[in-house]
Design a protein around this ligand. Structure first.
Ligand code: ZN
Length: 260
């Protein structure tokens, strides 16, 4: 090991355990998969990354199950190495200097909605919660989630991206750099969700907000379908317009956190 006990930031470990408990209590963890990662500056390594060791769940995790690596993934402290998904944490942190925490989880509602949408091509455009986008500095087209609420864009401050179902950036993180600048949260259909923030708290708020927003969209689709049966009329789902979303991205930090 390359870190002494006094090198370990107990506040970060306590934060990791606290937020692991939060996500467990919300029913978002069902096995050893899923993790929390936090970047901490370090005089020798520039920064180190705290995360969970492989083979234990966030539900069971204790202080001794924290693994600490350098930015390239070398284990500096811990009983075992992190899981293969740690390369995803490392890539996000490498390409986003404004981000210090990543949460990745396999949440039921996320997998349900996006796995079904991945195969669905016949929903009418007004109801469909995904749309294509081309960020101004990219030559690539991506898929993003439309917002149904005002609070989700305020908290996220960027669109939630949805990857193609064949792409697994947990197994091969080389594509993370292609889109990580444009979002603070992305979904892998059939798999799960990854959110990030300036600290674990912000990553948690974004993850919680994304799960809530997806739940609202699922409810809206169900209500629209039921009303169509009752009225015989096709029901629109009035997603928030791009103009309004962009305005909320702009004012989000001040409105949510009280600072610019
Ligand atoms: Zn995963």
């Amino acid at each position: 090991m390359h870190l002494y006990r006094h090198d370990i930031d107990r506040n970060v470990v306590a934060d990791m355990l606290k937020y692991a408990e939060y996500v467990v209590n919300r029913g978002w963890v069902c096995n050893t998969l899923g993790t929390v990662a936090a970047r901490v500056t370090h005089p020798k390594y520039g920064y180190v990354i705290y995360t969970k060791r492989k083979g234990i769940s966030l539900e069971e995790m204790g202080c001794d199950d924290i693994a600490i690596t350098d930015g390239t993934g070398n284990l500096l402290h811990g009983k075992g190495t992190p899981s293969i998904g740690h390369q995803l944490n490392r890539e996000v942190l490498l390409h986003r200097s404004d981000i210090n925490a990543v949460i990745h989880l396999h949440v039921r509602e996320i997998i349900a909605l996006f796995t079904v949408l991945g195969n669905q091509t016949r929903l009418n455009a007004d109801a469909f919660p995904l749309e294509f986008c081309k960020p101004s500095h990219s030559s690539e087209t991506f898929k993003r989630l439309r917002f149904i609420s005002d609070d989700a864009p305020l908290v996220h401050r960027r669109y939630i991206y949805v990857l193609e179902k064949e792409i697994n950036v947990e197994a091969d993180a080389s594509m993370v750099k292609d889109f990580v600048q444009y979002t603070n949260c992305f979904v892998m259909p059939n798999h799960g969700i990854t959110s990030f923030g300036k600290d674990i708290s912000e990553a948690y708020y974004r993850l919680h907000t994304a799960v809530e927003e997806v739940g609202r969209i699922i409810s809206a689709i169900q209500v629209a379908a039921n009303l169509k049966v009752l009225t015989g009329k096709k029901m629109k789902i009035p997603y928030v317009s791009e103009k309004d979303v962009k305005q909320m991205f702009k004012i989000g930090r001040e409105l949510i956190y009280g600072k610019k």
